[in-house]
Write a protein that binds this ligand. Sequence first.
Ligand code: CDP
Length: 227
Amino acid sequence: MRVPDIKIAVDGYSSTGKSSFAKLLAKKFDFLYLDSGAMYRGVTYFAQQNGYISPDNVISDSLKDALKELDLHFEVGSQLYMGAECIESQIRSMTVSSQVSPIATVPYVRAWVDERLHAFSEGGRVVMDGRDIGTTVFPDAEIKIFMTASAEVRAKRRYDEMVAKGQNPDLQEVLENLQQRDYIDSHRETSPLKKADDAYTLDNSDMTMQEELAWVQGLIQGKFGIL
Ligand code: CDP
């Protein structure tokens, strides 16, 4: 199936499988995949490393100026780099997960990330996942998907993912972290997580990736009249 040069926005709650789904679409349709959450995680890692955020989430005003010097970009296989350093595994740690949502409430951080996401996706044919892609980053995306699944299913998925990476997570801590992030993400003032009016909801609590793919293919075929 040949998909036209469109933008696909995939938003939703933590650990709904947005990134696995978005990566699968990118591979299947030959699109560029961009993980906007990795950018917020990268800023959080940078802030933690350089003392711009305290343990109780007080964010220093000097982070704003420091961002002017920060180089975050993706290299082959959607790996996030800070300058010459690949920080992919650092940004997936619980240390970063525990402070990313407070960092993502800061309007100048959001503006900084949005500017880069637009630059990275110049030329279109991109699938991007996050919290505000269909509402703020790409309000004109042709296909918008809002993903959801029960909190227990999501926590178990994230837990299994961490175990597979050789980490030693605590299921309750993982569940609480994702519930806290959902709350902060949905209640912040700037670009809160919410379904765009024209987004299609995908509840994948009981779906396999292949079923998800068939669902989105049907959606695209219907929308663009592709047989
Ligand atoms: O992978 P997971 O669903 O846990 O989260 P993520 O996509 O890596 O995003 C990490 C955090 O970044 C989220 O909990 C949000 O606080 C923030 N974020 C955001 O505010 N806006 C986005 N477009 C993407 C992520």
